[in-house]
Ligand binder design. Structure first.
Ligand code: PHE
Length: 342
């Protein structure tokens, strides 16, 4: 009997098995309990011999149960420690860091430079009404400039014959929105996405422009010239930038000028501020009185200048990036190469 229980306890796999053994031996109807009950019917001599033996056996089994229980507990702890073991000295898994896209980088640079000159940032929708994108900017429906814009049109429901909305073809509609929202005086820039149906090495159907607008009582073309020169000096980080104002035409400015920057293309490398080449970088002019009126501003009291330039193009020039199309291919190798670290 003793050996049977001692062996069984030593081999018990878990606490439930131990409890079964305890009940089988020492429970109310356990084998040993039953034998103890027999003691009463024994002769005194037999009882004197068997009593201590059974008590000792009971103690021994209790001790074996306790020892086995402790051993099982230790084994369980060992197992947990083994399973949950961590090597804190292992190197971390590498988490590749993204880069800042050149367009975002350059937009921030431009915004910071104009902020120093007192220009706040204004915004407008990319899906724009025909009126804001064209009419309000003095481009009526039959104006030839409309054809030059390679416009994407939104579709209207069948039977709705109002002019369709467009994907804005330039940031100039934000001029009107800013005038309507703030009234004069105004000093804002409006960076953002614009769309034209065009695709080659220097054109993508979506690109970025930044618009500038300054309106006050006596703003002149001289102010425009100073602001643009100051901007180019800061942006290209060249003291001797030279700009060339070339008479031009935009329906929303009068007079209008396109602005070129002096540069050289020696050995395929572009250098700003030296050489004998000129590169066009923006369009500008004095805001047309009809445009001021469309923005709700009295052209007899206020006047101002506006300009618009391509952000992607400025990024290409400043950072020597050759193909505009690659800007929007989402090729990670390109983004790692031309991107900026945060
Ligand atoms: N909106 C013009 C364009 O997209 C640029 C421009 C803006 C010209 C403001 C003059 C004044 O080409």
């Amino acid at each position: 009997l003793r050996q049977k229980y001692i062996d069984a306890i030593a081999g018990a796999a878990d606490e439930a098995a131990l409890e079964d053994l305890r009940v089988a031996a020492l429970g109310k109807k356990g084998e040993i309990s039953l034998q103890m009950r027999e003691l009463g019917r024994m002769t005194p001599e037999d009882r004197q011999v068997m009593g201590p033996k059974l008590n000792a056996l009971k103690d021994e089994i209790n001790a074996a149960l306790a020892a086995r229980k402790a051993a099982l507990g230790d084994a369980a702890l060992e197992e947990r420690l083994r399973a949950e073991w961590l090597d804190v000295t292992l190197p971390g898994r590498p988490r590749p860091r993204g880069t800042i896209h050149p367009v975002s980088q350059v937009t921030e640079e431009i915004t910071a430079i104009f902020a120093d000159m007192g220009f706040a940032v204004a915004e407008g929708p990319q899906i724009e009404s025909d009126w804001f994108n064209f009419d309000a900017l003095n481009i009526p429906p039959e104006h030839p400039a409309r054809q030059e814009h390679d416009t994407f049109f939104m579709s209207r429901a069948a039977g709705d014959d109002r002019a369709p909305h467009v994907l804005r073809t330039h940031t100039s509609p934000v001029q009107i929105r800013a005038m309507q929202a703030q009234g004069a005086p105004i000093r804002v820039i409006a960076p953002g996405r614009v769309y034209r149906c065009d695709y080659d090495q220097t054109h993508t159907p979506m690109f970025h422009q930044v618009e500038g607008l300054a309106i006050d009582r006596d703003i002149s073309m001289a102010n425009l010239k100073w602001v643009l020169e100051e901007f180019c000096r800061a942006f290209f980080e060249v003291d001797g930038v030279e700009l060339r104002f070339r008479a031009s035409h935009f329906p929303f400015t009068e007079p209008s000028a396109e602005v070129d920057i002096r540069c050289s293309w020696e050995g395929g490398a572009l250098k700003i501020g030296e050489g004998n080449d000129w590169m066009e970088i923006l369009g500008s002019g004095m805001v047309h009185p009809k445009v001021l009126a469309a923005g709700g501003i009295d052209p007899d009291e206020w006047q101002g200048f506006a300009f618009g330039m391509g952000i992607d193009r400025l990024a290409m020039l400043k950072y020597g990036i050759p193909d505009l199309r690659a800007f929007f291919d989402s090729d990670l190798r390109w983004l790692r190469h031309y991107g900026f670290s945060a």
